[in-house]
Write a protein that binds this ligand. Structure first.
Ligand code: F6P
Length: 550
C-alpha cells in the first residue's frame, strides 16, 4: 500500500496522465469513433442492473488504464476497505464513515470499536417499520383521536434534501392518502405554505436533525409546536402524538419536549449528506412503506458490494469518479451537469449538490496542506427534456466544457401514449449531438447562407456519460445514490481530502448568530462590522421600523 506523502501532481502516475492529456487535448470524439467500430460497446460497464456508457468521453483505453493506475497508486482499494471497516477516515472530526452499514443485511456484521453496529441499525429500522405501519394503518392517532393524514418533515441540508428527493422520486410508490410536506428554510414562508391548508389534528411533524441544534430546524420546529398548540387548545400533551424526532442527540430532543420514546436514532458515523437511508428517511418509509424502503436499502447495498469488489476498470462509481478527476484537473472543467430523463428525479440534482459539493469542496489535504489541483466541481442540473429548452444551448455551443451525466430508463413509470419513446429519443439525441456536433461542411451542405453558418455549427467533442437502468423504483434509486456517494469518495481519495467534514459552513452560521441580536434589539446596537455590513444592518433596521445609530 502506498502512503500519500508526496503531492498529487508530483506522482509519476499523475505525470503520466498529464503527458497523456497533451496528446488527448485536441482529439475529436468523431475521430475516435470513426476508427474504432467497437468503441460504443467496449467503453461501457454494467453492474447491478445499471448500464454505463462512457464511450462518449474524451478518453481512450489508455486513458482509462492510466486513471486506474492513478487510483491504484493512491491506494484507492485500501481506502475503500478503510471506509467499509470503520477506520476513522473523517480525520478532522475523528469519525468513522459508515453509511454503508445503514444498508448492510442483518446477516452480516461490521465491528467498530469492538461492537457490531449492524444489529443497532436493524433495531432502529424495525422500530421505524412498526411506527410507519401504525401511521399508515391508522392505528397511530392524533391527540383528538383523528387519523394522521399529513406528514411534515422539518429539517435542512442532509435532513431535508434526501427525504424530499426520495419522496419525489418514489411518489408513484407512495401512500397517496397521506400528504407529505417538507419545511427547511428559516424563511417563514416555507412553514406557512407547507401548513396553511393542514388540520393540526391530522398532522404529524418529523423533526429531523442530526445535531438537533440547527438554527433553521429548531426555529421551524418551535413554530410547528406553536401552530399545533394554537389549534389544539394549548394542551401540551398533544405534542406526544404529533411530534417525532430523528437525531443523534437524545438529550436535546427531550429538552425540546419530544418524548425520547418517539425518537429514532442514528449515529455520528453517518454524515448528514449520507443519511437519507438512516432514520432521516422516516418520511420516505412512511410514504412507501417498510418493504419498499427495504428494497431501496438492498439497491444501495448492491452497489456498495460492487464498489468494494469490482476491478476499477469495471467499477461504476470508480469510473465515474475517475472521469470527474480527468475533466476537473486536466480539461479544467468547472462543473458537471446531471440530467435525469425522469421527471420523478426532479430533485436529484439538488440532492447531489450537497452530496458532491459539501463533500469535495475542500482546499486542503488530509494533512492540512493546500491542495495542488482543483477539487470538487460544481454539480447542477435539471430533468430532461425541460433543460433542453433552457440551458442546453450553453452546453452545446457555449465556451465552457461541461461534462454531462445523462440518466435514462428503459421503462417508464407511467406508460402513456408515445411519451417514453420520445423522452428516450431525446436523451440519446442529446448525447449524440454533444459528442459529434455538426460541422461547417454539414451546415453548408444544408444550403445555409454563409453569414449564418458559424452560428449553426456545433463543435461537438462535448463529453457525456449515459446511465441506463430498467425503471425507476426504490431499488434503482438506492443504486443511483450509492453510485454517486462512492464516486464522490473516489474523487476525494484521489485529491487526498476529507470528503466527510464541512467546516466551510461554520463561519456563516457563527456570524449570523452574532447579527441576529443586532437586527432584533430595541435600541440601536453598537456595530463593529465592516462599513458595508454595518450599513446593510442599519438599512434593514430602518425598513423594519427600528431605530439606527445617528
Ligand atoms: O449545512 C451544514 C449541515 O451540517 C449539513 O451537513 C447537514 O446536513 C445540515 O447542516 C443539517 O444538520 P442537522 O441534521 O444537524 O440539522
Amino acid at each position: 500500500m502506498s502512503v500519500q506523502l508526496e503531492s498529487l501532481t508530483s506522482r509519476s502516475s499523475w505525470q503520466d496522465l498529464a503527458q497523456h492529456y497533451d496528446g488527448m487535448r485536441d482529439i475529436q470524439l468523431r475521430d475516435l469513433f470513426a476508427k474504432d467500430a467497437d468503441r460504443g460497446t467496449r467503453l461501457t460497464a454494467e453492474a447491478c442492473g445499471i448500464f454505463l456508457d462512457f464511450s462518449k468521453n474524451r478518453i481512450t483505453d489508455e486513458t482509462l488504464q492510466l486513471l486506474v493506475a492513478l487510483a491504484e497508486d493512491i491506494g484507492l482499494r485500501d481506502k475503500i476497505e478503510d471506509m467499509f471497516t470503520g477506520k476513522r477516515i473523517n480525520v478532522t472530526e475523528d469519525r468513522s464513515v459508515l453509511h454503508i452499514a445503514l444498508r448492510t443485511p442483518k446477516t452480516e456484521s461490521i465491528v467498530v470499536d469492538g461492537e457490531d453496529i449492524v444489529p443497532q441499525v436493524h433495531a432502529v429500522l424495525d422500530r421505524m417499520a412498526t411506527f410507519c405501519n401504525q401511521v399508515r394503518d391508522g392505528l397511530w392517532r392524533g391527540h383528538t383521536g383523528k387519523r394522521i393524514r399529513n406528514v411534515v418533515n422539518i429539517g435542512i441540508g442532509g435532513s431535508d434534501l434526501g427525504p424530499v428527493m426520495a419522496y419525489e422520486a418514489l411518489r408513484s410508490y407512495s401512500e397517496r392518502d397521506l400528504t407529505f410536506r417538507f419545511v427547511s428554510n428559516v424563511d417563514g414562508t416555507d412553514f406557512v405554505e407547507a401548513t396553511h391548508d393542514l388540520n393540526a389534528e391530522e398532522t404529524l411533524f418529523i423533526v429531523a436533525s442530526k445535531t438537533f441544534s440547527t438554527l433553521e430546524t429548531m426555529t421551524n420546529a418551535g413554530s410547528a409546536r406553536n401552530w399545533l398548540l394554537s389549534q389544539l387548545g394549548d394542551d401540551k400533551t398533544a405534542v406526544a402524538k404529533h411530534f417525532v424526532a430523528v437525531s443523534t442527540h437524545a438529550n436535546r430532543v427531550s429538552e425540546f419536549g419530544i418524548d425520547t420514546n418517539n425518537m429514532f436514532e442514528f449515529w455520528d458515523w453517518v454524515g448528514g449528506r449520507y443519511s437519507m437511508d438512516s432514520a432521516i428517511g422516516l418520511s420516505t418509509m412512511l410514504a412507501i412503506g417498510p418493504d419498499r424502503f427495504g428494497e431501496m436499502l438492498a439497491g444501495f447495498h448492491e452497489i456498495d458490494s460492487h464498489f468494494r469488489t469490482a476491478p476499477f476498470d469495471r467499477n461504476l462509481p470508480a469510473i465515474l469518479g475517475l472521469l470527474t478527476v480527468w475533466y476537473t484537473n486536466f480539461f479544467n472543467a468547472q462543473s458537471i451537469a446531471v440530467l435525469p430523463y425522469e421527471q420523478y428525479l426532479k430533485r436529484f440534482p439538488a440532492y447531489l449538490q450537497q452530496l458532491t459539493m459539501e463533500s469535495n469542496g475542500k482546499q486542503v489535504t488530509l494533512e492540512g496542506h493546500p491542495v495542488d489541483t482543483d477539487t470538487g466541481p460544481i454539480y447542477w442540473g435539471e430533468p430532461g427534456t425541460n433543460g433542453q429548452h433552457s440551458f442546453y444551448q450553453l452546453i452545446h455551443q457555449g465556451t465552457h466544457l461541461i461534462p454531462c451525466d445523462f440518466i435514462a430508463f428503459g421503462k417508464p413509470v407511467h406508460a402513456i401514449g408515445r411519451h417514453h419513446d420520445m423522452l428516450a429519443s431525446n436523451v440519446f439525441a442529446q448525447a449524440e449531438a454533444l459528442a459529434f456536433g455538426k460541422t461547417t461542411e454539414e451546415v453548408e451542405a444544408e444550403g445555409t447562407e454563409d453569414w449564418l453558418v458559424p452560428h449553426r455549427v456545433f463543435n461537438g467533442n462535448r463529453p457525456s456519460n449515459t446511465l441506463l437502468a430498467e425503471q425507476l423504483n426504490p431499488s434503482t434509486l438506492g443504486k443511483l445514490i450509492a453510485l454517486y456517494e462512492h464516486s464522490v469518495y473516489t474523487q476525494g481519495v484521489i485529491w487526498n481530502i476529507d470528503s466527510f467534514d464541512q467546516w466551510g459552513v461554520e463561519l456563516g452560521k457563527v456570524l449570523a448568530n452574532r447579527i441576529i441580536p443586532e437586527l432584533e434589539s430595541q435600541d440601536p446596537p453598537p456595530l463593529d462590522h465592516d462599513s458595508s455590513t454595518n450599513n446593510l444592518i442599519n438599512k434593514y433596521r430602518s425598513m423594519r421600523g427600528r431605530s439606527v445609530q445617528g
